[in-house]
Design a protein around this ligand. Sequence first.
Ligand code: TMP
Length: 207
Amino acid sequence: MARKGLFVTFEGIDGCGKTTQLGLSEKYLKKKGCRVTVLREPGSTPASEKIRKILLDKRLAINPISELNLYIAARAELVREIIRPALRRSEVVLCDRFYDSTVAYQGYGRGIDIRQIKRLNLLAVGDTRPDLTFLVDIDYKTSLLRRKKGEDRLESESRAFFNRVRKGFLEIARKEKRRIHVLDGRNSVEEIFEEVKRWLHRRLRVQ
Ligand code: TMP
């Protein structure tokens, strides 16, 4: 059983398999008796879902600074409306993407100053930061093969963009080894989940 709230995030480039790992984690933890809240970013509150629609709309041209601020706005909502209350109720919060995505996509991908992004991220989240993060790492080619048809605004970006984003995620992980666990996305879903389970187990002491 979970003794206190735990905030876990899943990161990686589009098509890496993080959402599958999140779903498996949810099932596993619920079976073990944990109370679990599952969220996605951007989204998961009425306002943030509306922001998501704007962000992913392929017909819209959005400049990088507006894009950054929309992700930050969606995050500020989610943290206050759902994440903090859930953690206060001692739940396990599983979130599909969080602030590392903004550093990787808007910072490394779009080239916006990373210090400024970190400042905005902190404004949005305050003390509510992930306890544990899984980064599922795959290369661009694999990511393309795995993506569903019907690309959204971000998914239609170039190979060079995704290579920068991937490199960004790996650099973030190198700097925060205690929080972020890099998983090799070329391994099978089951193999990756064994590793995820090991870390969840360590942090939650589920039997
Ligand atoms: P998803 O496809 O994993 O739901 O994420 C939506 C898209 O938004 C994905 O292409 C990554 C992108 N994204 C950013 O560019 N910055 C962010 O801060 C977040 C959370 C997502």
